[in-house]
Design a protein around this ligand. Structure first.
Ligand code: P6P
Length: 332
């Protein structure tokens, strides 16, 4: 039986390939895995620990903050700050970025995080996730962080990943040399390499969109969805969990496309560029897929502010091509 590789061993092997690195990225990835284990423990016992449900707070997204949202946000902040690799964190749950350590003067990296995406599903026991994106700071070490450290295009990400708290808990990430998935063995508290070299299948036949939005979507998106519904391919199916990480992960494994489109009255759509779309776009492209908004590659977008929203179409390359063909078709 081949030895199973732990996440820690995999990260350390990755560092060994770059002998002159400081080890701060290794520490950062390790800290994210620790945060994942702590959040996972609480998510798995939420119904018992009296931490289901919402707080009285409305977050910066104008969404009811769930108790587990707050727990996850504080957990990752505490661990990443203690790790000293991170100068600052931009979180979905917070208006402004937070400085880690001595006013963010030290720490080589900044982290964008959606601590618990899909948290409205917690009370009904549907899979939820954490999404993270890692950039090198642009301001010199020793100087205070500015917004510019966070408002970087996806192409400049050093690493990106997600944790899926599902039937099993997985951590999937890339540092730009492919995508690898690790499954948590709760008996030993370790993530083990379970999905090496993840790639979208050549052909996908799943489309994920909130059907209730379609009447407000643009004609190309409506034409594309009509095509998915009317195709002669019996394998085509609609799957929409309403939890981005879960929908993305299923499509990564089985092939498919997830769409959160621009809408009449809401041209920017719903999903956030910095800590949802850009990290998942990095993973998608590293796994042989595509990730776009209505103008092109998400990875080329330079954010204008921390909580910028963009339309998001991500998944199997051939399905994004089919969507783009609908954009070019004459509108009758
Ligand atoms: P809707 C959860 O709030 C989220 O950000 C994603 O996880 C999910 O895919 C989407 O919004 C669901 O949005 O409008 O379909 O409920």
């Amino acid at each position: 039986m081949t030895k199973t590789v732990t996440l820690q061993e995999f990260i350390m092997d990755g560092q060994a390939a770059f002998p002159f690195v400081s080890g701060q990225l290794t520490r950062l990835l390790t800290d994210l895995a620790i945060g994942a284990k702590i959040v996972n423990h609480q998510v798995n016992r939420a119904g018992l620990a009296g931490i289901l449900g919402a707080t009285d707070n409305i977050n910066v997204q104008d969404e009811q903050q769930q108790k587990l949202d707050v727990f996850a946000d504080r957990t990752f902040q505490r661990i990443l700050t203690a790790g000293k690799s991170v100068a600052g964190i931009g979180s979905e749950e917070r208006e402004d970025f937070i400085l880690c350590g001595d006013a963010g003067r030290h720490g080589k990296y900044v982290v964008m995080i959606d601590p618990l995406d899909g948290s409205s599903n917690i009370d009904v026991n549907v899979s939820i996730g954490t999404i993270f994106s890692i950039h090198k700071r642009t301001t010199p070490m020793g100087e205070p962080l500015t917004d510019e450290d966070f408002l970087q295009p996806g192409d400049r990400q050093v690493a990106a990943g997600y944790i899926l708290y599902g039937s099993s808990t997985m951590l999937v990430y890339t540092t730009g040399t492919g995508v690898n998935g690790f499954t948590l063995d709760p008996a030993v508290g370790e993530f083990f390499l379970s999905h090496p070299g993840m790639q979208f299948p050549e052909h996908g036949s799943t489309y994920s969109i909130n059907d209730a939005l379609l009447s407000r979507a643009t004609p190309p998106v409506r034409t594309f969805i009509d095509g998915c519904r009317e195709t002669s391919d019996p394998a085509f199916r609609a799957r929409y969990i309403g939890s981005l990480v879960a929908d993305f992960h299923r499509n990564l494994i089985h092939g498919g496309i997830y769409l959160y489109p621009s809408l009449v009255g809401k041209p920017e759509g719903k999903l956030r560029l910095l800590y949802e779309c850009a990290p998942l776009a990095f993973i998608a492209e590293q796994a042989g897929g595509s990730a776009e908004d209505d103008q092109g590659r998400i990875m080329e977008r330079t954010p204008s502010h921390l909580h910028e929203r963009v339309p998001f179409y991500v998944g199997s390359r051939h399905l994004l091509h089919a969507l783009n063909a609908c954009r070019k078709a004459p509108v009758n």
